[in-house]
Design a binder for this molecule. Structure first.
Ligand code: NAD
Length: 215
């Protein structure tokens, strides 16, 4: 596929370019804070940048009438509404976490949350020191399924993304944790989302829909 990438020079952008080129997909349009370049019409636009870029990404998706895969975190309600509007025209996949494991944990939490109604639940998330948002979009995503439990954020070194969910009662502790071993997992997830998006109908999808192949 021919793809456009907003945030091509960032940490995730570089990872996406590497993974997509392994699968012979061609970068034909690239955007970042200071550079805009369109060589050909893309089949899909991916955005792993910053919430400020979203408006332009939506315009690009409308202009080229191509699906959008959005991984940028820290989006506000009005940003999500903008994506919802766009999804009337083209398929839109939005997720604050494109790893398979986090989405499995989300399913586990939703299935077992009643078992923990009497327990204290806290989420602790660890990310690299340059991460701009806190708490992470993933921690918020997990917290939602538990009724918005407290989140503790640690920013240190080069950690790609660790999330721990701690359940405690008077005498027992259960921990559920997920560690991203590299950024490649998110790029592989974005690729799965892109392949899904170019072959489906216009609507708003999450990565969980992609994993369960909702069409
Ligand atoms: P980064 O700071 O390394 O890169 C940001 C990129 O966005 C740069 O290329 C920068 O030039 C570009 N950018 C910033 N503002 C822009 C604007 N107004 N217009 C166009 N381009 C702009 O950040 P990163 O670590 O690559 O992360 C990027 C985003 O992806 C963050 O929101 C991060 O939380 C998110 N992320 C999502 C997932 C996921 O699975 N959904 C995984 C990792 C990171």
């Amino acid at each position: 596929m021919k793809y456009g990438l907003v945030g091509f020079s960032g940490k995730m952008g570089k990872e996406i370019i590497e993974v997509f080129s392994e699968y012979c997909h061609q970068l034909v349009a690239k955007f970042d804070r200071t550079h805009r370049e369109v060589q050909e019409k893309p089949d899909i636009i991916l955005d792993f940048s910053s919430p400020e870029a979203l408006k332009e990404t939506v315009e690009l998706s409308k202009k080229f009438l191509c699906p959008a895969v959005i991984g940028t975190t820290n989006l506000k309600e009005q940003d999500i509404s903008m994506l919802n509007e766009l999804s009337a025209l083209v398929p839109v996949v939005y997720s604050s976490n494109f790893s398979v494991g986090i989405n499995v944990i989300k399913n586990i939490l939703e299935s077992f949350k009643l078992e923990f109604s009497e327990w204290d639940i806290e989420i602790i998330e660890f990310h690299h020191r340059k991460k701009k948002d806190a708490p992470s979009g993933t921690a918020l995503f997990l917290s939602e399924s538990l009724g918005n439990v407290p989140i503790h954020s640690i920013r240190a070194g080069g950690i790609f993304g660790d999330h721990k969910i701690l359940f405690a009662n008077e005498g027992e502790v259960i921990e559920l944790s997920h560690r991203a071993m590299s950024r490649k997992i998110f790029a592989l997830g974005a690729l799965k989302a892109a392949e899904f998006a170019i072959s489906t109908k216009a609507s708003f999808y999450t990565f969980r829909d992609v994993l369960s192949k909702k069409r």
